[in-house]
Design a protein around this ligand. Structure first.
Ligand code: ADP
Ligand code: NI
Length: 219
């Protein structure tokens, strides 16, 4: 087995190389922000910083959104990498479980996390989906899928299954109502809830302006 520092260093290099320059908001800097936020939350929550950092680094390594909806691709890729990198088998399984449980799966679908390390990585990933950066990522992802910014006549859908959520093709403004504005109340930790509250209010103000400009009622 290799030393933990060496495994972290090699994992960072592997992920950076794979995700650098990606254009849908799932790039290396998303991973880096999630890692830094997860480690900050881990200190408050007493989570193991090593497993937290590894899971944050590997959480989007093979996301279902880029693998034909296959939810097993992420945990499999994380497990394969950590095995190759020489990580402890129990840590490897823990990280693979976190990666498997992490994603948002629809407004009406629960996504429980079984360990404190998983809770802080999930909160950090969700914090990066809201606020100013979250807005930028939503439109970047929507554009990459050819989605319109907004369709005034298309009502948001609160998906009650992961399959329906995955196959939705709605405009990006609807995604705020289908996911982003729901995340504040789904944070696992108190510190993340506090940060989410400020980012949430920023998104509400942003949407108010968006609609005012759309309707030419601003200024
Ligand atoms: P998760 O695994 O929970 O979906 P990710 O780290 O993969 O989390 O990030 C999801 C990002 O992709 C978010 O920033 C989110 O806004 C964006 N996204 C996902 N689905 C859509 C969509 N239908 N329209 C716009 N953005 C989307
Ligand atoms: Ni992510």
């Amino acid at each position: 087995m290799r030393e933990k520092d060496e495994i972290l260093r090699r994992t960072e290099a592997f992920v950076r190389d794979k995700m650098h320059g990606e254009g849908t908001g799932h790039d290396w800097w998303h991973v880096d922000r999630v890692r830094r936020m997860a480690l900050r939350l881990a200190r408050d929550e007493g989570a193991d910083p090593y497993v937290t950092e590894l899971a944050a680094l590997l959480h989007d390594i093979a996301d279902h959104k880029f693998h034909g909806g296959d939810e097993t691709a992420g945990p499999r890729a994380a497990r394969a990498w950590l095995t190759e990198a020489g990580a402890d088998p129990a840590d490897t399984e823990h990280v693979a479980t976190i990666v498997a449980q992490l994603s948002f799966k629809g407004a009406g679908v629960a996504t429980p996390m079984s360990t404190v390390e998983g809770k802080v990585v999930q909160d950090a990933d969700r914090l990066d989906a809201i606020g100013a950066i979250g807005i930028a990522r939503a439109f970047a992802y929507g554009g990459s899928r050819g989605r319109p910014l907004h369709e005034p006549d298309a009502a948001p859908e609160l998906h009650d299954s992961f399959d329906r959520y995955k196959s939705s093709t709605g405009p990006t403004v609807n995604h705020f109502h289908e996911k982003l504005l729901l995340l504040r109340d789904r944070m696992n930790t108190a510190a993340a809830r506090r940060i989410a509250d400020e980012r949430h209010r920023f998104m509400e103000a942003y949407l108010d302006r968006f609609h005012a400009e759309w309707d030419s009622t601003d200024g």
